[in-house]
Design a protein around this ligand. Structure first.
Ligand SMILES: NC(=O)c1ccc[n+]([C@@H]2O[C@H](COP(=O)([O-])OP(=O)(O)OC[C@H]3O[C@@H](n4cnc5c(N)ncnc54)[C@H](OP(=O)(O)O)[C@@H]3O)[C@@H](O)[C@H]2O)c1
Length: 423
């Protein structure tokens, strides 16, 4: 006699939940059956026949229902109904599947203590099976570094600025119209969404306790068409890159817009696509790329977690409760390895200024590799100047920035972006 099917209670019938429900109702995962659902609006037409399913108005009742073995949380939000449901499921001893990186990142300490499995393949890079790759495919490896392009909204904006010469605001408006950016895009463009995913990757790969406040997180809000164009003159493009690494037992994590060499693997990741690279011993370097969001891609990852639950392969959030994981270093924000840098400033056209600027860089131990200077149409007195430096520490670049900012011939903020040259 075959084992009874695992009964799935699904909270959230939005972009991801509705796609998931359709797949489950068509028998996509053998041994799993959708029995109960919850959403705010019971009557909305979602293009799914919900008639054979129990509908509950209060999502937390899915956790207590005799009709549900596994709870799938696809409501979203780091607190509120999503967290209440997950807490109730854990209290009732039921496994949880979620796509909610915001909740996992914020409540990792609590959820890592759960005695039931919590699966979250869909929470990091949507359809890319990175959790399974780390936990299973690369199980015997020593992970050295991982990360990549983890936010499709930022990547869409940056690549549209690059392809079409759009301003940041126009590219954002286009992304919103195309459904690749939220009406309130703050979480994405500030780098916070990529950082939430990165700290989950850091916990999985390096056993580091997730703590978003310990690491440097910069978004793309201040990237201008001028910087995209200057970067191109240096044969680079700009991407929001997330990196976590562990070398010589030193952990480092950073999310920042970085210059990425044209033609390299990450430069070829365009529009809403995500890419995750992994460097590990003995396997070497791997890159997985694909849709980081969208109903189909994200539901695909949830389906894989459901299949694992059917097979009894559900796992706890991390290998250990966070209290037993390694802490991020206190100085994590400044622990970035030395990198080459792009500096950009606007100079009032004064003879000898460039030589003096180069001198300031040299006094701080930073040498210049390349300079690009462009005259401005219509405002000949303000010249945009871009520098590519040799490798330097973040501290040295901050000192250079402060010294330059004090000069009266510099009439802009100093833009400084690291170069990602690891491809
Ligand atoms: N969309 C993506 O591409 C994507 C990618 C990766 C991860 N995720 C994650 O997946 C989760 C879901 O995202 P989504 O885009 O599918 O969200 P969504 O389209 O906004 O759908 C949210 C769903 O939750 C329901 N809901 C809201 N409050 C509720 C409550 N108190 N009780 C029960 N149901 C409630 C809504 O009901 P109504 O429909 O009745 O309003 C809606 O069906 C989020 O954690 C998100 O971060 C999404």
């Amino acid at each position: 006699m075959s084992a009874p099917s695992l009964r799935i209670g699904l909270a959230g019938l939005g972009v991801v939940g509705a796609t998931l429900a359709k797949r489950l109702l068509s028998g996509a995962v053998s041994g799993a059956v959708l029995t109960a659902v919850s959403a705010r609006d019971a009557n909305r037409d979602r293009g799914i026949d919900l008639s054979g399913l129990e509908f509950v108005a209060d999502a937390t009742t899915l956790a207590q229902s005799d009709n549900v073995d596994v709870v799938v949380e696809l409501i979203g939000g780091s607190n509120g109904a999503a967290l209440n449901l997950v807490r109730a499921a854990v209290a009732a001893g039921k496994p949880v599947i979620t796509a909610n990186k915001a909740m996992l990142a914020e409540h990792a300490d609590e959820l890592s203590l759960a005695t039931t499995p919590i699966s979250y393949e869909a929470a990091i890079a949507g359809g890319i099976p990175i959790v399974k790759t780390l936990r299973e495919g690369l199980v015997g490896n020593n992970i050295l570094a991982l990360g990549g392009i983890l936010n499709g909204t930022c990547n869409y904006i940056l690549t549209r600025m690059e392809e079409a010469g759009l301003s940041f605001d126009d590219a954002l408006a286009e992304a919103q119209a195309a459904g690749f950016a939220e009406a309130d895009p703050t979480l994405d463009i500030s780098g916070a969404d990529a950082a939430q995913k990165l700290i989950l990757l850091g916990a999985l790969a390096f056993d580091v306790r997730p703590d978003i406040n310990k690491w440097s997180v910069l978004g793309i809000e201040h990237i201008t068409a001028r910087d995209i164009a200057l970067a191109q003159e240096f044969s680079y493009v700009i991407r929001l890159v997330a990196i976590a690494s562990c070398r010589d037992n030193q952990i480092y994590m950073q999310v920042a817009p970085m210059l990425v060499r044209q033609g390299s693997a990450l430069a070829q990741i365009k529009r809403e696509t995500n890419a995750v690279f992994i460097e590990a011993e003995p396997v070497g370097r791997l890159i997985l790329q694909g849709a980081g969001a969208g109903g189909g891609a994200t539901a695909s990852a949830v389906l894989a977690d459901i299949a694992d639950m059917v097979a009894g392969r559900g796992r706890s959030l991390f290998a250990h409760p966070t209290k037993d994981m390694r802490e991020s270093p206190a100085d994590g924000v400044m622990s970035a390895p030395d990198r080459m840098w792009y500096l950009r400033l606007m100079l009032t056209n004064k003879a000898g200024s460039i030589a003096q600027i180069t001198q300031i860089l040299a006094e701080n131990g930073v040498s210049v590799k390349e300079v690009v200077q462009r005259s401005q149409h219509g405002d000949d007195n303000r010249l945009p100047i871009g520098f590519i430096t040799d490798k330097a520490s973040a501290q040295a670049i901050m000192q250079v920035g402060a010294a330059l900012q004090a000069r009266d011939d510099i009439c802009s903020d100093i833009v400084h972006l690291p170069l990602y040259d690891d491809d």
